[in-house]
Design a protein around this ligand. Structure first.
Ligand SMILES: [Zn+2]
Length: 222
């Protein structure tokens, strides 16, 4: 995918995240990698408003903003850079503030995938206690967690999801919030039954789930 295509994809998925209620106002940020360049949403903008030209090109190895760009990158630029540097398979990163998910984890709760689809997509989410946003302390903490997890829950803040493309990273954010909603519903009714280790293994071994993951990763955007 070239620079022009990736900018169009960033606009499309950025709008979708806002449309789906995963972030409001100027919160959240998204990026995608092409070679040693990441294109990241600009600081101060709603990701629903950022146009293709507004996505800021940043060299991943140096953190340098390319092309004397007129806009500042998202204030979480360090977090994105550290994730790309530590895992070469990551090609897209989403950071949003899903309201139900944030409410649950900030009250001391935790989201465990408890349906087959959420197990297949979210794996085992990691969680971090509150760390001041936009700092290198937060970026380093996320870097440590992303070595093991594709979904990192941030208490009193939001969630970071990563993927091999924007679709995958966005699906993970959507399913994380969806799981939080179902979790909340389950707490109203009774006690949630989590999967046993053998049930988890069976889900992860399902060829149908593997096939869906492959399709999601291969799917070329129009
Ligand atoms: Zn945030």
């Amino acid at each position: 995918m070239n620079d022009v295509d990736i900018r169009a994809q960033l606009v499309k998925w950025g709008k979708r995240l806002v449309d789906n209620g995963l972030v409001v106002a100027a919160g959240g940020n998204i990026s995608a990698r092409v070679g040693d360049t990441m294109f990241i949403s600009p600081s101060g903008y709603s990701i629903a408003d950022a146009t293709e030209e507004d996505y800021v090109p940043v060299e991943i190895s140096t953190g340098k903003i390319l092309d004397e760009f007129p806009l500042k990158p998202s204030s979480e630029v360090l977090m994105h850079l550290r994730c790309y540097r530590v895992r070469s398979d990551i090609r897209a990163i989403v950071h949003v503030h899903p309201p139900i998910l944030v409410g649950i984890i900030s009250a001391g709760g935790m989201i465990q995938p408890f349906t087959p689809d959420s197990v297949a997509l979210l794996g085992k989410p990691a969680i971090l206690d509150y760390i001041l946003p936009t700092t290198d302390v937060l970026a380093r903490a996320v870097e440590e967690k992303v070595k093991e997890a594709d979904v990192i829950l941030l208490r009193n803040h939001g969630v970071v999801t990563v993927g091999t493309n924007l679709r995958e990273a966005c699906y993970k954010a959507e399913v994380a919030e969806d799981t939080a909603k179902s979790f909340l519903a389950s707490r109203i009714i009774g006690t949630l039954k989590l999967f046993t280790e053998s049930e988890l293994e069976a889900i992860n071994g399902l060829s149908s789930e593997q096939y869906r993951l492959e399709i999601m990763r291969k799917m070329q955007e129009a």
